[in-house]
Write a protein that binds this ligand. Structure first.
Ligand code: GBH
Length: 508
């Protein structure tokens, strides 16, 4: 009896502690906050330096240079990244932006064609490498950890001329490039992300004109692209193991494009999961489980046959490749913004296959929206997907490598703050109540930037950038101050509701 009583008291105390902890909305002491950007979206200086020996520009042309210069019609406002935020010249100021917001890390990406102007390792641009050495040194001097994305969509055009991600030789070209970065920066950089969101550029760049290289290779391009991405990632991971890990002691992962997929109809227990396996598992199962999801292999083979192809449009991962790719990840990088509802495609009952998944994905029209056409605000989806990752992949260490909200550039960005509040609250519940191993969170984005096919009209920054001003002046938004309070208190802060509530910046 006594024993039960004591146990009961202990339980009550524990329950109160953990519940109040969630109520207080504090972050664990080791939790890390940061902001993310990508080279093409912020750097500018697209043809900056001339090689003194070869006398050719030693920033090579990449697929986004080529795409925006030759096909500006595919960019909503016809803009490009020639200057962007001019971070190539303003990186010291950018580091101060991070510091003012109290951020612990900066996730930035490296421009392949800035480091390797010919695309290959026969010429290494000293200027290009120096830029990233300066940036990482500046970060470290200011107590900010660099987290480096090796590839965020801007591979050299010369490589695209040879098929880019649809050419299997890309695998070795990528490994060669990554090795140059480990050699040059690996003493300082201890967290590497090989590739950002393969799902996005494979689907939108090799089966659609929304992203460079804008090749429409329907039904085949994206699968081939992902196949080579997985190989390039796996081989880079093993190369780091063999050549660098002992000495450099870093970690390597990928930033996956995640999307929360919920059932449109509560009695449908199948569609949301099938949707998840096709949209997310396609990329994550090979790395965490060892092969493409079974349902993907079966359905794509069956539909390919019905379409008259001699073999499945989904390439096969051989046992040798599975051995390289399976387990090639030290952390799970999650880019997660939005949710959709899944339902079965009724045409399938008539024997008509409109898609390989057979699932229709549609946002709920009652969800509120950001400026980006694809971004719906549904905070519970964030927690749902974090728990899904825990359950599917044995609770891996997770870094939220991107999350954020787009608007039209308001400095008093209440909606952005409210998005952060609601999503971070879900994150805390997943972490503290549900035991998800979430280590850190990166805001997308540090500053307004070139938002790919949407040009510069949709803004994700917690700092604004004046794109009409040649100096690309940065200014803080209301969310800057809100973030500074979150990072200094390590606690979620209330959402200001009107301009009188404007929080003073720490340096004001
Ligand atoms: C990220 O894309 C990028 O990494 C980053 O560079 C970008 O600036 C940021 O987010 C904001 O857009 O037709 O189903 O393929 C993440 C979000 C995921 C949004 C894929 C568009 C395509 C819809 N993207 N999604 S789909």
């Amino acid at each position: 009896m006594d024993c039960y009583f004591v146990a009961l008291i202990i339980c009550l105390v524990l329950a109160t502690v953990s519940c109040c902890d969630i109520v207080k909305l504090t972050f664990p002491s080791g939790f890390r906050f940061g902001a993310a950007t990508a080279s093409y979206q912020i750097e500018g200086a697209w043809n900056v330096s001339v090689d003194t020996f070869y006398h050719f520009p030693d920033k090579g042309e990449n697929v986004w240079d080529y795409w925006t210069h030759n096909y500006p019609g595919y960019i909503a406002d016809g803009t490009n990244g020639d200057i962007a935020c001019d971070s190539y010249h303003k990186y010291e100021e950018d580091v101060q932006l991070l510091k003012s917001a109290g951020l612990d890390f900066y996730r930035f990406s490296i421009s392949w064609s800035r480091v390797l102007p010919t695309g290959f390792t026969n010429v290494i641009s000293e200027d290009g490498l120096q830029y990233y050495k300066n940036l990482t040194a500046e970060l470290v001097a200011n107590g900010i950890e660099p987290i480096v994305t090796i590839y965020h969509w801007d591979h050299p055009q010369v490589i695209e001329d040879m098929g880019g991600w649809t050419n299997e030789l890309m695998v070795d070209w990528f490994v060669d490039y990554a090795r140059v970065l480990f050699e040059a920066l690996g003493d300082t950089v201890k967290k590497w992300i090989t590739i950002n969101e393969p799902r996005s550029f494979c689907l939108l760049g090799y089966e659609d004109t929304q992203k460079a290289p804008g090749k429409v290779i329907s039904g085949i391009g994206a699968y081939l692209c992902m196949h080579n991405v997985l190989k390039a990632h796996g081989k880079t991971y093993r190369m780091y193991d063999e050549e660098f890990r002992d000495v450099q002691q870093g970690v390597i992962g990928m930033a996956f494009s995640l999307i929360t997929i919920l059932s449109a109809n509560s009695s449908d227990t199948v569609s949301a999961d099938v949707g998840f396996q096709f949209e997310v598992g396609w990329n994550t199962h090979p790395i965490y489980i060892g092969d493409y999801p079974e349902i993907m292999k079966t359905r794509v083979a069956m539909i390919s046959e019905a379409q008259g192809y001699p073999r499945s449009r989904l390439p096969e991962l051989t046992d040798d490749w599975i051995a390289i790719i399976n387990g090639s990840s030290d952390f799970f990088g999650a880019n997660l913004y939005t949710s959709v509802l899944a339902s079965p495609d009724p045409d399938e009952e008539l024997g008509i296959y409109n898609s390989d998944s057979g699932i229709i994905l549609e946002a709920n029209s009652s969800w509120s929206r950001a400026a980006s056409s694809w971004l719906y605000v549904y905070p519970p989806g964030f927690g749902y997907t974090l728990r899904q990752i825990r359950d599917y992949y044995d609770n891996p260490p997770v870094w939220i490598t991107e999350n954020g909200y787009s608007d039209k550039g308001e400095l008093e960005d209440y909606d952005r703050i409210s998005y952060f509040y609601d999503y971070l609250r879900e994150l805390l519940i997943a972490l503290k109540r549900d035991g998800c191993d979430i280590r850190g969170y990166a805001i997308w984005s540090l500053m307004d930037n070139f938002e790919w096919q949407d040009g510069i009209a949709d803004k994700f920054g917690i700092y604004s950038v004046d794109f009409d001003d040649p100096a690309r002046t940065r200014s803080s938004k209301l969310s800057t101050a809100w973030w500074a309070r979150v990072t200094s208190t390590r606690k979620l802060q209330a959402v200001p509701t009107n301009s009188n509530a404007r929080i003073k910046l720490p340096w004001e």
